[in-house]
Design a protein around this ligand. Structure first.
Ligand SMILES: [Mn+2]
Length: 332
């Protein structure tokens, strides 16, 4: 699926017809979620100055993204009213917004809505769904939409959108870094994206608590008989390192660096649930299918799941005979 001119024309007309526009990203927001929420929000505020544009995320924005323009203006709660139009970004299904329980009506036909997303598992829950599973990131799709509709990408907007492209490609290192990604990066740099500010804030800054948490992750890597590099962090690890859950982001790339593995996984305890993050470097392994067995999903090479429960360590010991060693009793 790609983004057609008809898709973007429909996006334009839905926005024009709307009273207020409420842009929403998924909870536990990553760089693409925050970048696409802010990038789209600022594009709409500039292009439709007469409209009220609300930016909503039910979880706090992680500190590394606070450098992004207008990040402080994202609200965690909102009173939906008839006539509001919703735009969901980077969000594969309604429950990931954190709004489904309290506001199920916004996912019905009673509200007009648009989904802009690149997850192939997207459940197409909006009245108009713009999905491009070939795109590296939702931010990349938003650049396409903006350019097709002639919306002006200023340096602030470019910085937000560049952040999503960089974070969802692991700093232009993941296999989803297509030629289109480089084209998008070039386009955003030409528009004044502050790439070095973004690199410093996101890729070159790590809190002491983050490094301590990652130390625990790395120390506990084990290799399974199925060819997985697996690590786990408990609530105790989070407490001892002083890190919050969001600080685990990025650690999986180091676990995934163990050579010869079929996949890698980090299990993490969060309240009453265990979250699993899965990665693979191989073309013949589909980690989204693995995550699917635990009601999760994602992409072929990066996926995750979340199930109720807690972690229990399992230690295996085996006795090996010492070979060809004589017992030395001389004391020398
Ligand atoms: Mn994304």
């Amino acid at each position: 699926m790609t983004v057609t001119k008809a898709d973007t024309a429909r996006v334009d007309s839905l926005i024009r017809d709307a009273g207020r526009v409420v842009c929403v990203c998924h909870r536990g927001p990553d760089g693409d979620a925050v970048g696409s929420l802010l990038g789209l929000g600022l594009l709409l505020r500039n292009t439709f100055p007469e409209k009220t544009i609300v930016l909503l995320c039910t979880d706090p924005i992680p500190t590394p993204f606070h450098f992004l323009p207008s990040s402080a203006g994202i609200v965690e709660e909102y009173d939906f009213q008839q006539g509001d139009m919703l735009i969901f970004v980077d969000t594969a299904e309604p429950k990931l917004t954190g709004l489904l329980d309290e506001h199920p009506e916004i996912f019905t036909k009673a509200f007009r809505s648009i989904v802009i997303d690149h997850h192939p598992t997207n459940s197409l829950y909006a009245t108009h769904n713009v999905i491009d599973s070939e795109a590296s990131s939702t931010c990349e799709i938003i650049v396409t939409i903006a350019d097709q509709l002639g919306w002006n990408i200023d340096p602030d907007i470019a910085t937000c959108l560049l952040t999503g492209v960089y974070t969802d490609t692991g700093g232009l290192l993941h296999s989803n870094t297509s030629s289109e990604v480089y084209r998008t990066v070039a386009r955003l740099l030409r528009s004044g994206a502050r790439q070095q500010d973004m690199v410093r804030a996101i890729f070159r800054t790590a809190k002491l608590s983050t490094l301590k948490l990652w130390g625990r992750v790395l120390e506990k890597i084990s290799v399974t008989p199925e060819g997985g590099a697996v690590s786990a962090v408990t609530e105790g690890d989070f407490r001892a390192s002083g890190a919050d859950y969001t600080e685990l982001t990025g650690a999986i790339d180091y676990v995934n660096a163990v050579p010869g593995m079929r996949f890698s996984m980090i299990l993490s305890e969060r309240g009453g649930t265990v979250k699993g993050s899965l990665r693979t470097l191989r073309d013949d392994v589909d980690v989204s299918a693995m995550a699917g067995r635990f009601s999760g999903g994602g992409h072929k090479k990066a996926a995750g799941f979340s199930i109720p429960g807690k972690l229990q360590p399992e230690v295996r010991w085996k006795v090996v005979e010492e070979q060809n060693e004589e017992l030395d009793v001389s004391g020398a």
